[in-house]
Write a protein that binds this ligand. Structure first.
Ligand SMILES: NC(=O)c1ccc[n+]([C@@H]2O[C@H](COP(=O)([O-])OP(=O)(O)OC[C@H]3O[C@@H](n4cnc5c(N)ncnc54)[C@H](OP(=O)(O)O)[C@@H]3O)[C@@H](O)[C@H]2O)c1
Length: 230
């Protein structure tokens, strides 16, 4: 089944909210693997997943990614749909916010337009060194203060939040009930092995989600789930 660009834009439009809306985007195999045999997630998605992945970036004010994913998946520079962003009144490019405790950030991401998110109790020397090349948001004592981070995003007018993972960061946001929406591609693949799931953490929880849409594409499914807070 094919879906044109307008339809995908309508299906993935952010709701009009004044508070930050946290969307997460993941791909999973049929047996729950968040990475394929190569240890990466990029090989799991088909053509439509790739299109939607790019669309979600183009619709976001800020892309939040764990440093582990940025390192494993080789995050660097990225392109977005400039026409779409101009039409929607968005800034020319979304901000890339890399989340890290140890402040081990891939070199290509150390540019002034990006952001590093960490706790206020991280290594002060590393923090000072990093601040020479990139803006650092250091909030929280020991652990990152996520409500504080989202409040800071809201102050900057960033309400369209896209989190691209990975599973540790996703687990933390789920634990704090900060995930409003999950865009999940289910790839028609069985991977077995020791692949991680799309979220993990120290404590289990049950956050009920409602299906917003399901699209058949490339032999798999592109689904969108919204947090049911009712
Ligand atoms: N299937 C998918 O859609 C998908 C999406 C993304 C990633 N993945 C896969 O997931 C794997 C990586 O998993 P992962 O769990 O290591 O990813 P991750 O959450 O991106 O990385 C963990 C690292 O990110 C930082 N981090 C995450 N949460 C943090 C928090 N609350 N506070 C401070 N720092 C935090 C830490 O970085 P420091 O070590 O720098 O302190 C931590 O070691 C890779 O195989 C990747 O391909 C799959």
């Amino acid at each position: 089944m094919t879906h044109d660009a307008d339809e995908l834009e309508r299906l993935y439009a952010y709701p009009a909210t004044e508070r930050p809306w946290v969307r997460t985007n993941f791909v999973s195999t049929l047996d729950g693997g968040a990475a394929g045999a190569d240890g990466k997630s990029g090989s799991l998605g088909g053509e439509t997943d790739t299109t939607v992945f790019a669309l979600l970036r183009s619709l976001a004010d800020v892309i939040v990614v764990g440093a582990g994913t940025a390192r494993d998946e080789g995050y660097a520079h990225y392109a977005v749909d400039a026409d779409l962003r101009a039409r929607l009144g968005l800034s020319p490019v979304p901000v890339m916010a890399v989340v890290s405790r140890r402040l081990d950030i891939p070199e290509p991401l150390l540019v002034p337009d990006n952001l590093v998110v960490t706790s206020a109790t991280t290594d002060p020397a590393r923090l000072a060194a990093l601040r020479g090349s990139v803006e650092v948001l250091a909030l929280g004592d020991g652990e990152i203060d996520w409500p504080g981070v989202l409040a800071e995003f809201a102050d900057r007018g960033w309400t369209r939040i896209l989190c691209e993972g990975g599973p540790s960061l996703h687990g933390e946001l789920i634990a704090q009930d900060l995930v409003d929406e999950l865009c999940l591609t289910i790839a028609p693949i069985l991977t077995a092995g020791a692949a991680p799931r799309i979220a993990h953490g120290t404590h289990g929880t049950d956050r009920r989600m409602e299906l917003a849409h399901s699209i058949e594409a490339d032999g798999g499914l592109l689904t969108r789930w919204v947090r049911d807070r009712g």
